[in-house]
Design a binder for this molecule. Structure first.
Ligand code: NAD
Length: 321
């Protein structure tokens, strides 16, 4: 079995490699070559932790396995460890033997950022120049860094529920040489692309905060009850997702469905746009919305890539198992 420890991931994985892995696996999901297994997520009754498994099999990329992990809210304060902890396990699809164990913390951030970037590549207007960020936490910095590579953005605008966190994303904009401006939510009408990445349980971004022609990537809602944008916005938009079953149950679409504003048949797979079986954006006035819920196959895709890179660079630890 090969081990790629968390400490090696930053040296191995690039944003380009993550983007490529995610684009391929979304395409495989839409063509029926890859599927996710039902998600297990449990409050374990210890340390207030939420623990679970996300797994799947990609017949095209031959990735079989799971990500195990979750959220330990006391880690930072009690142990100076990050609260999100995860590990990816890959198995040989021919034999069932375990193939690799890979640190999953940084990979989760990179694969989530890659998902919104893939949505921007395929759904945003080519002439997009202003990107808006709703959220300025840990994940927001990864999302923005990756998104800035997808179009010739000339300005970043940002709003956050906790305004004192805005310097996190301002720093990323400045590192990329792009000016940053803090705005109120109605100011988001200036944006051609908006990424929403918060842990909110009630909407911040309302339908009238979004101009015609905008592409929105909603990346924070990955659990029943969470919500970042007004349900009416989904009714105004063409809605795409990583996986329809997750979008309508734990993603942003759960609310628009519950309110009867859209049906599950109104939600399309982003992979179908990548494969060319769905036209995606068809006009400059259309609002497109990507409901990125996060699937296990994304984790397997980036972990498989990192194992290849670790072997190439001689840093994978080989143990007899
Ligand atoms: P974080 O704790 O670092 O940041 C949380 C963000 O949410 C901050 O910007 C904070 O100001 C904002 N926020 C908190 N309460 C809010 C409220 N009531 N209204 C509006 N904004 C509020 O967390 P993170 O690591 O950046 O993760 C953000 C979200 O993304 C979480 O919900 C996480 O579960 C989700 N996530 C999704 C995926 C995916 O694949 N879709 C992957 C990783 C994380």
């Amino acid at each position: 079995m090969l081990i790629v420890p968390e400490r090696e991931i930053a040296n191995l994985m690039t944003r380009e490699a993550a983007f490529d892995a995610i684009e391929k696996v979304f395409a495989a999901m839409a063509s029926g070559d890859a599927y996710n297994f039902p998600v297990v997520r449990e409050a374990i009754g210890h340390e207030d932790a939420l623990y679970g498994f996300k797994g799947g099999f990609d017949r095209a990329g031959l990735s079989l396995g799971l990500k195990a992990g979750g959220y330990w809210p006391n880690n930072l304060e009690k142990r100076n460890l990050i609260n999100h902890q995860s590990t990816v396990f890959l198995f040989d699809p021919d034999t069932g033997k375990v193939k690799a164990m890979v640190g999953g913390n940084l990979l989760t951030a990179l694969r989530t950022a890659a998902a919104s970037s893939v949505s921007i590549k395929h759904l945003a207007r080519e002439n997009a120049t202003v990107i808006g960020m709703v959220g300025a936490g840990h994940q927001a910095t990864f999302q923005l860094r990756a998104a800035l590579e997808q179009r010739k953005f000339e300005k970043v605008i940002g709003w956050n529920y906790h305004p004192e966190m805005l310097p996190n994303i301002e720093k990323v904009a400045h590192e990329a040489g792009v000016p940053f401006e803090a705005v109120d939510l109605p100011g988001m009408t200036e944006a051609d692309v908006i990424i929403s990445i918060t842990s909110a349980f009630s909407p911040s971004l309302m339908a009238d905060h979004v101009s015609p022609g905008t592409h929105i990537a909603c990346m924070g809602t990955d659990t029943k009850g969470k919500q970042e944008v007004e349900a009416a916005l989904l009714a105004r938009a063409s809605v795409f997702t990583d996986e329809v079953a997750q979008s309508v149950s734990i993603g942003e679409a759960q609310h628009a469905i519950a309110e009867g504003l859209i049906k599950d048949t109104d939600v399309a797979q982003l992979g179908a746009v990548i494969n060319g079986t769905n036209p995606g954006r068809t006009s400059d006035h259309q609002i497109t919305l990507f409901d990125g819920t996060g699937v296990g196959l994304q984790d397997l895709a980036v972990a498989a890539k990192v194992v290849d890179l670790a072997v190439e660079q001689g840093v994978a630890i080989d143990v007899d198992f």
